[in-house]
Every structure is written in structure tokens, then in C-alpha cells.
Design a protein around this ligand. Structure first.
Ligand code: ADP
Ligand code: CA
Ligand code: CA
Length: 300
């Protein structure tokens, strides 16, 4: 096997709509990846809707699954791990052990593991996980190769309130200090430029002293979309498999712009119902593979 396109994807499952594994699996499968999903929750819909019903995994259930995977010797087969919504501090801590276990197993075979950690904890000033989950993430982030927080999660984790480029850079430095090589603060709005969303990609070579920084913008579309970060992280993983990370960042930004525009063109503008604003993931096959838009990613 010349290239391993295998992923352990630990995220939420929703019956209706596109967040978590529902937003990530289809794009990754289109790119030819085998996506082995662990569903941390199995819910009727995302938490923006007034009613949610379903099941949340507990530590025992997570460990039982891993036991089966270990017993069948599946664990060393994963080239990538990606994590999203978890909201259980015990499971976040246990994932750290999973990452270490898989990394050790693969190192013995001279193989790499790349861990994409999307620390799903909240958005736009609202924290939707428990404080203990935040603390557990501070530890999980130490074994992440790539972290993709939104600006609010970057603020929660680093303790630096991200409001502009200066503070975004400070927050990124916190991640590097924890040992995370690549950090993407996916979007933040700046007072002087309200029509755009700015992003920051900061990368620090192993053992390096000064990080390399890249930035760019995408047009801001009025309104709030759910699952954008999940689709971004999945797309970033897919494109980084064949491109340098800074190139992958620009293409993944393009995927999001295309998919958000497709969603808006089909009645999902910022004022429409939550149901209408579900990302048009399955209707955007071309965009997922080769987006019409690609964001320019400029060195700073
Ligand atoms: P999260 O969904 O995790 O909160 P972001 O809000 O930063 O993360 O969204 C992830 C990506 O989706 C952004 O980098 C941007 O490309 C795109 N995006 C999200 N919301 C919008 C929006 N309202 N207008 C334009 N792009 C958006
Ligand atoms: Ca957001
Ligand atoms: Ca998110």
C-alpha cells in the first residue's frame, strides 16, 4: 500500500443535519479515505435546535469500543486521528491515551500518525461544554499535530481574548508552547474590516524557535452556520494529505465559502430557519473536491 488513507474520526453523530461525523465523513470518503467513526453522541440534531433527544457516550462505552478495536488489531492501521465534539472530560482524557497508544504502535512499524484536534467547546462567547472539559482539552492539545479552534475556543484555551491579529498571534503562541505544531484560528472579525473574516495559520517546526505565520481573509456572510468548523477540519485533513499545510488551509477555506454560498442559494441565508441553514454537504460534491474559490494564504 503506497499511501494510507485511513482515519479514526471521533465526533458527534446527528440523525438530521450536517455537523460532526455527518459533516466530515462524506467529504473525506469522497477524497478516498476510509473513515472509521466513533460517535461520541448520537442525537436527533445539533444543539442549536430547541429540542434535542438521544444518547451520549460515557467513558465505559468509549473504552469498550477501543477494547474491540485493540483486540482486532485495528488501532495501528490509522494514518490520522481527527476529533470533534466530545463534551466529556473522561473521554477527552482517554483519547489522549488512544493517541499515544496508536502513535507508539505505528512508530514500531516506522509509520506516522497525524492528530487533528478540533477542540469543540463553544462559539461566539457561549461555552457549551463543562469547565472540566476545557481543562482536559488543555492536556489533549499537547499531543495534537494540528489544532483548529475557532476564535472563541482559542481564547478559552489560551486565556488570551482573541479580538484582532495581535491577540490571535498571542493565542497561537500558547498552542505552540503546549507542543502543537500547527494552529489554525479559523476566523475572527476585525473592527476595521467588518465585511471579511480573517484567519491565522501559525506553524512551528519541531524544535523550532520562531513560528511561521500566514493569514488571509474570506468574505463574511451575514448569519450563523453550524458544522462549518467540522467541515473545515475534515477538508483541511483531506487537502493536507497531498499539499503543504498552508496550501491546504487556503483550499479548505474555499470549500467552506463554496458550501456556504450553495446553502444560501438554496434558501439558507442568515435569516432563514435552522433547518434551511444546514450546510448543503451532499449537494456540493465538486466544491468538496475542487472548490471554485481558494483563499489566498499570505506569509506575514
Ligand atoms: P466554527 O464553526 O468551529 O465556530 P468558524 O466559525 O471559524 O468555526 O467557521 C469555520 C470556517 O467556516 C471559517 O474559517 C470560514 O471559512 C467559514 N465560515 C463560517 N461562518 C462563516 C460566515 N458567516 N461567513 C463566511 N464564512 C464563514
Ligand atoms: Ca463559529
Ligand atoms: Ca467548531
Amino acid at each position: 500500500m503506497s499511501e494510507e488513507k485511513t482515519i479514526l474520526s471521533i465526533q458527534s453523530h446527528v440523525t438530521h443535519g450536517y455537523v460532526g461525523n455527518k459533516a466530515a465523513s462524506f467529504p473525506l470518503q469522497l477524497h478516498g479515505f476510509d473513515v472509521d467513526g466513533v460517535n461520541t453522541v448520537s442525537l436527533s440534531n445539533h444543539s442549536g435546535y430547541p429540542i434535542i433527544r438521544g444518547h451520549r457516550m460515557d467513558l465505559q462505552e468509549y473504552e469498550t469500543l477501543m477494547e474491540g478495536m485493540r483486540a482486532n488489531n485495528f488501532l495501528p492501521s490509522y494514518r490520522y486521528i481527527i476529533t470533534g465534539y466530545i463534551n466529556n472530560a473522561d473521554i477527552v482524557r482517554s483519547i489522549r491515551d488512544t493517541v499515544k497508544e496508536i502513535r507508539t504502535l505505528r512508530e514500531k512499524e516506522g509509520k506516522k500518525l497525524t492528530f487533528f484536534c478540533d477542540p469543540v467547546m463553544g462559539d461566539d462567547g457561549v461555552m457549551y461544554c463543562k469547565q472540566e472539559v476545557l481543562e482536559a482539552y488543555r492536556e489533549l492539545i499537547q499531543c495534537a499535530d494540528v489544532a483548529t479552534p475557532n476564535y472563541y475556543e482559542a481564547s478559552l484555551l489560551s486565556g488570551v481574548n482573541v479580538t484582532d491579529m495581535t491577540t490571535a498571534l498571542q493565542a497561537a503562541d500558547w498552542f505552540h508552547a503546549q507542543g502543537t505544531q500547527n494552529v489554525i484560528i479559523k476566523s475572527f472579525r476585525m473592527k476595521e474590516d467588518p465585511q471579511n473574516l480573517h484567519f491565522l495559520f501559525s506553524t512551528m517546526a519541531a524544535g523550532g524557535k520562531t513560528p511561521q505565520r500566514f493569514t488571509g481573509v474570506v468574505p463574511y456572510h451575514e448569519g450563523r452556520y453550524t458544522g462549518t468548523g467540522d467541515l473545515f477540519a475534515a477538508s483541511l485533513l483531506a487537502f493536507s494529505h497531498q499539499h503543504p499545510m498552508e496550501v491546504a488551509v487556503g483550499i479548505a477555506m474555499g470549500v467552506l465559502q463554496d458550501v456556504i454560498l450553495a446553502t444560501r442559494n438554496e434558501g439558507g441565508d442568515g435569516t432563514s430557519s435552522l433547518m434551511n441553514r444546514e450546510l448543503r454537504v451532499t449537494k456540493s460534491v465538486q466544491s468538496l473536491l475542487n472548490p471554485a474559490t481558494v483563499a489566498e494564504v499570505k506569509p506575514m
